[in-house]
Design a protein around this ligand. Sequence first.
Ligand code: CDP
Length: 783
Amino acid sequence: MPDATTTLGGIGHSVKRKEDPRFLRGLGKYIDDVKLPGMLFMDIVRSPHAHARILSIDSSEALKVPGVVAVVTGKELEAAGLHWMPTLMSDTQMVLPTDRVCYQSQEVACVLAEDRYAAADGAAAVQVEYEALPPILDPIKALEPDAPLVRPDKDKKSNHIWHWEVGDREATQRAFDASDVVVAQDIYIPRIHVASIETCGCVASMDRVSGKLTVWMTTQAPHAIRTVFSLVSKIPEHKIRVISPDIGGGFGGKVPVYPGYVCAVVAALVTGRPVKWIEDRSENLQADSFARDYHIHAELAADNNGKMQGLRIKTIADHGYADAAANPSKFPAGLFSICTGSYDMPNAHVEVDGVYTNKPPGGIAYRCSFRVTEAVHTIERMVDSLALKLNMDPAELRSKNFIHPEQFPYRSALGWEYDSGNYQAALDKAKAMIGYDDLRREQVEKRARGELMGIGISTFTEIVGAGPSHTFDILGIKMFDSAEIRVHPTGSAIVRIGVQTQGQGHETTFAQIVAEELGLPVDNIEVEHGDTDTAPYGLGTYASRSTPTAGAATAMAARKIREKAMHLAAHLLEVSVDDLEWKDYQFQVRGAPERFKTMADLAFAAYTNHPQGMEAGLEAVCYYDPPNLTFPFGAYIAVVDIDRGTGEVKVRRFVAVDDCGTVINPMIVEGQVHGGLTMGLAPALYEQIWYDEAGNIHGGTLMDYLVPTAMETPRWETDRTVTPSPHHPLGAKGVGESATVGAPPAIVNAVVDALSHLEVTHLDIPITPPRLWRLLQEKGVAL
Ligand code: CDP
């Protein structure tokens, strides 16, 4: 028989996801399911060139296509001052160009038609005359003094966007001078794409009677988008409603505002008819924001015993033709400065330079809160390089340098205050699960037989939960988050949150938080989000911030309700509030537990029997500004075998021990980790977007952008340790992106480990079979 807490479904229960019945039955409501009377469809004409002057755009043939209603070009938008728009990093980006295109697949014109097919035919009939210009694709060359300008529209006559540095340069230099060993490495982390199942799109509709603009759109941050739309269009904010319906994966790619959204909104305003725009797969892969593209040079100094003394990193960040990342304005390189990792690093200095090139806007946080993936990859690779140089076991070297539990809260050399951690416990667990010592023995035997087997470790620290608002913002809007709870008279409740699920299961986990705090069964609690007319203002979901921010807001709003309910209970039980205690999910009279009131009793009383002088109703709202970020962590160990005949890397085993503090729903957390591990495997072995010399994209279709399928994905072995966050009301830390951050270096370290006896010290990702096979040939071990 289920006990009371199981029925309640509070924190720690693997409650089945409330949203799954609709998803599994194909009853989710995505953008493309929105159909309005009189709706027009929009398609986009895109540039075949990476860099070109536009000589002319001729729409006459397109307008003859049956069903085509209008063609919109940059010239039309220019007349309304809408041909440029701000990016979320306060840079500027073209909505539609008037004279130049800056990357292949850039939007050039929009065609509006009665149906999608007519719009596509119309787009194919628009004739654009270009004069091709040489593209600038290499960010290092783009920094040379005589390099042609990607952005001649800017005052600064250079392709350099910004310089950012943190840490103590001189102290780090002194640490390097005094150290016994230094390892140095160039690391390239290539462009990749979020490749979410659902592409981007929107439906924009202007109600001429009410004067209200409604935009259904694939956005991870509906409120922030509403504010930006209002500021740019001058439409009063209360006359704009942004609705994010079900979203088929976001991963950061649905945070930026793309030109297609703006064109659809403008078209709806001008034509007076609803307008739908849905990207196809190639458009999504070729023109939406990209992640990574970091050219890193890292150096790590240590003494002969392996104690780390200093870390120094210089990075060139390729942002494409516009800096359209979604980083807080104080952190143009995001949270890259978490790069000292889980280690007690006394000195560090980091520099990053942002650069323009003729590629689509890049730099979004792709399942990594603001460049944490790049930071973790760098430090975890450097630790292994150091272990190799010192001929020390990489697990032992890590243990020697971990920040110890008693050092928390720990201030890193680059300024972060880590909230809590127990790195050795996680590594010990992972080693025990995988049988580390046996594997090392097996490796020695296999190596003697000429077989290539490697073991790779990653003991990463994440940083998630943006705010706090004093340091974090999006375009000046401070980062906090919110929840509003209304308990109905019959004891059910509705929870509205300022974050926006894209598959993470918020409708379940946020209900569990309320169930735990109020003692109402999870089945009686409904969670709503993604509608700016109903949800409280929030900054949206990305970078695993939902649980640390809106999760905390939900707990705090529930606690406000519990406080009021306590006064109601005192009134009904005719005792003082001091005589009451909250126990077993009800208010009991101390020493007389048979006298109690449940939350359902109190909800009814709040509307029917509240005392004189007390407001009716039982509801609360909380805007939660976290005092700090949360610092989840993990210890991952991968075992790989390399096929000497093909260069294929086979991940034989992968153990992931994660720690995200208090776990709200263990099943959902496990699912998040499984998904994240697969998204970590992807860039390590398969995924890359690259450009040839003419600026043509490679990886712009799913034929050549190799998203791993179930066939390539190994069986993940997961477990956890629990080190609660001391400042989060529930002790919870975010988890969504941990595995994406932690997995790639574990796999790369394993491959390098398999080849370390052949003087291989580093491999850039993705480690594809052709690349590896060539290396095996060079080393004389290919079959
Ligand atoms: O912001 P996002 O939802 O992507 O990331 P998250 O806060 O890490 O949460 C991902 C999912 O895991 C949500 O459904 C969370 O409520 C759940 N979760 C959990 O059950 N326990 C945690 N300690 C952290 C997240």
